[in-house]
Each structure stands twice: as C-alpha cells, then as structure tokens.
Design a protein around this ligand. Structure first.
Ligand code: NAD
Length: 252
C-alpha cells in the first residue's frame, strides 16, 4: 500500500468532544492511533473512557469557546501534554432556531462566536505552532449542508457554516505550501442534540428522512472514516475541500 491512515504518534485536538459528532470523531482518531486532547465546556468522562479503551492517550481541557479567552491556554496545554499538535478538529458548534424576521442579535452573535470566530482564532493559534517547527499538520472544520444550502429558521447558523466553507478554502490557500492541509466535512442529518428539535417534529422529520437517498439519519460513527482520512497522510495532497457525509442528500 502506498498510503497510510495510521495516526500513531500524532496528537489531535477535538473541540466539543464530550458528545455527538465530536465524541465519535475523537474515538475514530483514537482508534487510528492518535492521542486525543478533548476540548469542551462539559464533562469528558464518557469520551475519555471510549478513547482510553482503544489504548489512546487522552487529556481533557475545560474551555468555553464562546469567547477567545481560552484559546492560548488550549494550545499551550495541548502542546505541553503532547509536545506537538498535529491535528485540529474544529467541531464545537451551536444552532439557534427562529424566523429570520424575528431573529435576535444575541442569537446571531452567540452562534457566530462559537461556530466561526473561535474556529478561526483557534486555527490561527494552532497553525502558528505547526508553522514554528515546519512540521505541518491537518485542520478539519466541521461544516454543514448549510455550507451549501440556505435552510430555514437558522440565519446565523447558515451564515456561520457558509462562512466556514469560505474560511476553509482561504486557510487552505494560505497554508497548503507550508504543509498544513485545511479541509472540512459537511455532515448531513445526524442523530445528535443538534437535530433533536427536528427529529421531535414529525412533519419535518419525515420530510428530511424522505429526501435522504440512504434512507436513514446518520449515526455519529458514520463520520469517523472521513475524519481519519482527512487527518491522515493519505490526504496530504487534499486542500480546501468540503466533503459531504450526508447519505446522498446533496446528490439529490
Ligand atoms: P451537539 O450539540 O451534540 O455537540 C456540539 C458540541 O459543541 C458539544 O460538545 C458542545 O459542548 C460543544 N460546544 C457548543 N458550544 C460550545 C462552547 N461555547 N464551548 C465549547 N464547546 C461548545 O451537536 P453535534 O451534532 O454533535 O454538533 C457537532 C458539530 O457538527 C457542530 O459544529 C454542528 O454544527 C455540526 N453539524 C451537526 C449536524 C447534525 O446533523 N448533527 C449536521 C451538520 C453539522
């Protein structure tokens, strides 16, 4: 084989790793051999157990990414436990639902701060460490179908995820020649807290399900392969893509 999905000896920061897609990504990267630095607001107990069960090293960093305040601490803590940060997965994200006509400034700012602003400045801080030793690295942003589509009743979420697709391309262009691959994954409709309101609405839920060619909602474990691939040497010549993992939704 001329390519490798092996992440042994690598360290990956995963934000929002306590639950949902972030937890599944952390476990998949751990299974591929990476040490995990899990960043988030809430207890990482379950993620820690699942990652350690694979034999991976694990470190949790308590941090609220609604502001830039914890960013330097996240990077210095991750670097001090591992020596080097090789992979960053910007997964933490929130959503607020309301008609555009009534949408509040708070629901705009809260979503943009976590989904876009902190993602950019954490990427910048991590990239500085990757550039300092010229060792390169992999940055993976968790985008959305709303990076491609408009959606309804989620104006700040659509703006943030569309912005994140653009930011992925910009960072890829600036850092590709320096050995950093910046790419994104666009998950379709997955069973997590993020989609609870949709799944609890029988009409919206059956409309969504009826449009997914695969005929089912995504399970968080469906995302692991794409994350490991983009984090691995097999993706060394891939820059600036937004890879849908959506059961065929965008192909429809
Ligand atoms: P989730 O709500 O289960 O997880 C979100 C994670 O982000 C949690 O770990 C949460 O603690 C963390 N987080 C939120 N605000 C934070 C903050 N201020 N500081 C630190 N951590 C914070 O939802 P999920 O579906 O697992 O979402 C993960 C990512 O995937 C998000 O970026 C979301 O937009 C994206 N996404 C999800 C779906 C889906 O169908 N579930 C689809 C497309 C994109």
């Amino acid at each position: 084989m001329t390519f490798s999905l092996d992440l042994s000896g690598k360290t990956a920061i995963v934000t929002g790793a306590n639950t949902g897609l972030g937890q599944a990504i952390a476990v998949a990267l751990a299974q591929a051999g990476a040490a995990i630095v899990a960043v988030g607001r809430s207890s990482m107990e379950e993620t820690e157990r699942l990652c350690r069960d694979t034999g991976a090293a694990f470190h949790a960093v308590q941090a609220d990414l609604s502001s830039l305040e914890p960013i330097e601490r996240i990077v210095s803590e991750a670097a001090s436990v591992s020596g080097r940060i090789d992979i960053l997965v910007n997964n933490a994200g929130i959503i607020r639902r309301a008609d555009a006509i009534a949408f509040t400034e708070k629901d705009w700012d809260d979503v943009m701060n976590v989904n876009l602003k902190s993602t950019f400045f954490l990427s910048q801080a991590v990239a500085r460490t990757m550039l300092a030793d010229e060792g390169g690295g992999k940055i993976i942003n968790i985008a959305s179908l709303l990076s491609f589509q408009g959606g309804i009743r989620i104006p700040s979420y659509t703006a943030s995820k569309s912005g994140l697709a653009g930011l992925t391309r910009l960072l890829a262009c600036e850092w590709a020649a320096k050995g950093i691959n910046v790419n994104a994954i666009a998950p379709g409709y997955f069973v997590t807290n993020n989609t609870e309101a949709l799944r609890n609405d029988p009409k919206r839920s059956s409309e969504i399900l009826g449009r997914i060619p695969a005929g089912r909602w995504g399970d968080p474990t469906d995302l692991g392969g794409a994350a490991v691939f983009l984090a691995s040497p097999a993706a060394n010549y891939i820059h600036g893509v937004v890879l849908p993992v959506d059961g065929g939704w965008l192909a429809r």
